[in-house]
Ligand binder design. Structure first.
Ligand SMILES: C[C@H](O)[C@H](O)[C@H]1CNC2=NC(N)=NC(=O)C2=N1
Length: 99
């Protein structure tokens, strides 16, 4: 399968995410945030919806769940850095989480 060409993230879009609760991961080109939901079922619902988007974009998160929390880290493994797909997935996830 042909590797897609990855575009650099739009700096303004990245800044907007950082202003909304995302943070840069130290010593890595990645962004991270934590979501807190009402309960486990809400957290699972979010993960299922986000997983469908991840498949659609062919871009997959590093994430974990503990009860009502979901910790997400986004990076583009193919380039060991950030791409526009990380921005797109972060924006989709925030929208799904009602942020
Ligand atoms: C072949 C396929 O396009 C790649 O393995 C995709 C799948 N999902 C991916 N997800 C992420 N986050 N980074 C990647 O580089 C990546 N590559």
């Amino acid at each position: 399968m042909k590797q897609p060409d990855y575009a650099a993230p739009d700096p303004a879009a990245l800044e907007a995410l950082l202003a909304k609760g995302w943070a840069l991961v130290p010593e890595r080109e990645a962004i991270t945030r934590s979501y807190r939901f009402a309960d486990f079922a809400e957290a699972m619902g979010f993960m299922m919806r986000a997983a469908i988007w991840a498949e659609k974009l062919n871009h997959h998160p590093e994430w974990s769940n503990t009860y009502h929390r979901v910790e997400v880290t986004l990076t583009t493994h193919a380039i060991a850095g950030l791409s526009d797909l990380d921005i797109l997935l972060a924006e989709r996830m925030d929208r799904l989480a009602g942020i």
